[in-house]
Design a protein around this ligand. Structure first.
Ligand SMILES: [Zn+2]
Length: 149
């Protein structure tokens, strides 16, 4: 009989002290961090709602069947287009929410993409998915206006 040597690596999943430990102590959170946590909660529930709506819209999507009446056909078409459009908008927003949550996980949420400065917390509260501070955003919009024409 062959003697098998089992090397069972009982490698314990390292209980690494997460970098987030610091953030887990609510007493040490700054006002900004607290607000970001609130924004995160909002984003998570918004994501849940959006996903629910997207699923509902998907299920309600009428089949492309032949309707006896042309009027019905037309309204079904309109209905279908509307829902597809809605889903397009929803999925865009969902993507933005996912990105924002991802930035939170990475600890870079609320930092302007362009200049690296902290984005004003009031701006973040009003528009959590933003990736730019108001100055950079305004600048970008002005640039876009110029290149559009
Ligand atoms: Zn900026």
């Amino acid at each position: 009989m062959k003697k098998t040597r089992n090397i069972i690596r009982s490698k314990k999943t390292s209980t690494k002290t997460k970098a987030a430990t610091r953030a887990k102590n609510p007493a040490r959170l700054s006002m900004r961090e607290k607000k970001i946590r609130e924004i995160k909660k909002k984003l998570l529930s918004q994501k849940k709602i959006l996903l629910g709506e997207a699923m509902a819209a998907l299920n309600e999507l009428p089949e492309q069947t032949v309707f006896p009446d042309l009027g019905d056909q037309a309204s079904a078409e309109i209905n279908r287009n509307f829902m597809l459009r809605l889903r397009g908008r929803e999925s865009k927003l969902l993507k933005k929410i996912e990105d924002a949550l991802e930035r939170m996980n990475q600890g870079i949420f609320g930092i302007c993409d362009k200049c690296g400065q902290e984005i004003d917390i009031r701006r973040l509260e009003a528009r959590p998915v933003t990736t730019m501070c108001i100055e950079c955003k305004t600048l970008q919009e002005e640039e876009e206006k110029l290149t559009e024409k």
